[in-house]
Design a protein around this ligand. Structure first.
Ligand SMILES: *[C@@H]1O[C@H](CO)[C@@H](O)[C@H](O)[C@H]1NC(C)=O
Ligand SMILES: *[C@@H]1O[C@H](CO)[C@@H](O)[C@H](O)[C@H]1NC(C)=O
Ligand SMILES: *[C@@H]1O[C@H](CO)[C@@H](O)[C@H](O)[C@H]1NC(C)=O
Length: 402
């Protein structure tokens, strides 16, 4: 079974004066206790997010991977590399049946790197003239890693014998929406465009598995599905609440010969698929990647959530950019400037105006998600094509305008 070997950080750490709290965390013998100032509000009652977003006592049994990632991310935070301090941003769980999560990050999109490509094409070639991740500041790189066949004892054993020229990297997201928000860039130096291939998707699945923690999810946004950079990347962060999509009811559609089962979400504002099971993580990964590639080739924007440490994967097609382009998006939500990327579709909404945050409610978030998602008819048609593709490998024609 392949494991990852982490390479040394690309750049030596600049000398910084770490705050005392942060230094205490470096002491392996002290209990990990992240101080998270964010308030979590559930059913009108506040409770400290140190027991929800952060880490504490019983939940502190972090995998070596996540432990290392948290420490490195805290180090980057102490060095002041982020555009905002996410631990000071308010987050609340909304009352209701689904418990949507809302985070207020005022003015986030002004500081974000701008989207630099058309929203109407899922497959676009890599453009050397546009921003790419090889040029991020060295201190934004948390670590590089590559696959090895060695056993996991060497997982953090420093540089491996041979360093693959195209190692993958984990970078901080300088504009985080959650604790430990990072970007995973498979084979960073290869400058692949934002599109799923089997090998890269498997790397994302391995990362989810290595984290061994259901609150650390890995996500993907296609072009046209609110990815903002056309250089292959996944995202991940830690949020210690179940996402509404993870709690949604599902209905089994089929089980493939390799044991991977495909279900659909029922009674959730966004229609989508759930993939689970199979004899191995590789089998599951392979099926999801194939469906993503099928959607890409048919110019269908989509978003992916790798959940439960890689044991289940949500694939959510969407059409919000298309609705915006055709002038069919409602003004109320356009004014809110929410981009329905994977986190939003999964039920964690990042809001940019205090007013929207204060007024956020389950009914209005549901209405927004319904707008972003495919209609029932569109989803049924897509479902038929996806199932045909997987079972008879004879894809039907997916005309986006039909
Ligand atoms: C680490 O923690 C242990 C136990 O709390 C303490 O005895 C030790 O002095 C600490 N070491 C440093 C370097 O702070
Ligand atoms: C921590 O996790 C490891 C591996 O997942 C497990 O073997 C161990 O029993 C856990 N320890 C505690 C205290 O839960
Ligand atoms: C990545 O971006 C830099 C400029 O930021 C550019 O010099 C380089 O050529 C780009 N890489 C590729 C493969 O286009």
């Amino acid at each position: 079974m392949p494991v990852f070997t982490l390479l040394a950080p690309l750049a030596p750490a600049p000398v910084v004066v770490a705050p005392a709290a942060s230094r205490a965390r470096q002491n392996g013998t002290t209990r990990r206790h992240f101080v998270v100032k964010t308030k979590l509000v559930m059913d009108g009652k506040n409770f400290g997010l140190s027991c929800s977003l952060g880490m504490e006592d019983d939940s502190l049994n972090l995998s070596r991977f996540l432990d290392k990632l948290f420490r490195e991310w805290e180090d980057r935070k102490a060095r002041g590399l982020f555009h905002h301090d996410i631990s000071c941003c308010e987050t609340k769980v909304l009352p209701g049946e689904r418990n949507f999560v809302a985070t207020l990050i005022e003015g986030r999109d002004q500081k974000k790197r701008p989207t630099e490509f058309g929203m109407n094409q899922v497959l676009q070639p890599f453009d050397s003239g546009k921003f790419n991740f090889t040029k991020v500041r060295p201190e934004e790189v948390i670590f590089r890693f590559c696959e090895t066949d060695k056993d996991s004892a060497q997982y953090f054993g420093g540089a491996p014998d041979t360093i693959s020229a195209s190692s993958s990297a984990i970078l901080i997201n300088v504009s985080p929406i959650g604790y430990c928000h990072v970007l995973l860039t498979p084979k960073i130096q290869d400058c692949l465009p934002q599109r799923i291939d089997e090998e890269s998707f498997l790397i994302a699945m391995y990362i989810a598995r290595e984290a061994r923690n259901p609150f650390f999810r890995v996500g993907y946004n296609s072009l046209g599905g609110f990815a903002t950079i056309n250089h292959l990347h996944f995202q991940a962060y830690y949020l210690k609440v179940p996402y509404p999509v993870e709690k949604a009811t599902t209905e089994k559609l089929t089980t493939l010969v390799n044991g991977v089962s495909i279900s659909q979400l029922v009674d959730y504002p966004v229609s989508g698929f759930v993939f689970e099971g199979g004899a191995s993580l590789e089998d599951l990964s392979d099926v999801v990647a194939k469906v993503c590639i099928f959607l890409q080739e048919n110019n269908r924007p989509f978003n992916v959530l790798i959940s439960e440490s890689g044991n289940s994967v949500f694939l959510l097609p969407q059409c919000y950019a298309e609705k915006q382009r055709l002038g069919k998006a409602s003004q109320e939500f356009l004014d809110m400037r929410i981009n329905p990327a994977i986190w939003e579709l999964s039920g964690h909404l990042v809001l940019k105006r205090k007013k929207d945050y204060d007024e956020a409610s389950e009914p209005n978030i549901c209405r927004f998600l319904v707008e972003a998602a495919l209609s029932e008819t569109e989803f049924q048609e897509l479902k038929r094509c996806v199932l045909d593709f997987l079972t008879v490998s004879d894809a039907c024609n997916l005309d986006i305008d039909s």
